[in-house]
Design a binder for this molecule. Sequence first.
Ligand code: DGP
Length: 114
Amino acid sequence: MNSCIFCAIASGQTGAEILFEDEQCAAFRDMNPQAPTHILVIPKRHISSLNDLGQAPHTLMHHLFLTVQNLAESLGLSRTGYRVVINTGADGGQTVFHLHLHLLGGRSMQWPPG
Ligand code: DGP
């Protein structure tokens, strides 16, 4: 999709601090971090939101969550804990309409979220 900022990051057209990538996904630091560690994991193919997951292969979410878990492990978050968030739609607080998983860690999280 031409105007999608996360497609531009995934294709290398727009810069971001890429921490991991493979043929299916990319992980990079959020430009507006909400925690000491705040990473976004995205599929390289454009999927607008969780609402459109039906268009994706059944293995995609497993791959994205495994990538989050591997990053959490390598960044030293597994022992202390972390949060994974998928904002979906307007009420969910989604601002970029390309599916992404937020990995947040390095501080204690509150519940319920605001
Ligand atoms: P959400 O509100 O769940 O759609 O989260 C979108 C996140 O994406 C938000 O925390 C800010 C981040 N973001 C938006 N544009 C860019 C960008 O160009 N680069 C990076 N690294 N992060 C971005």
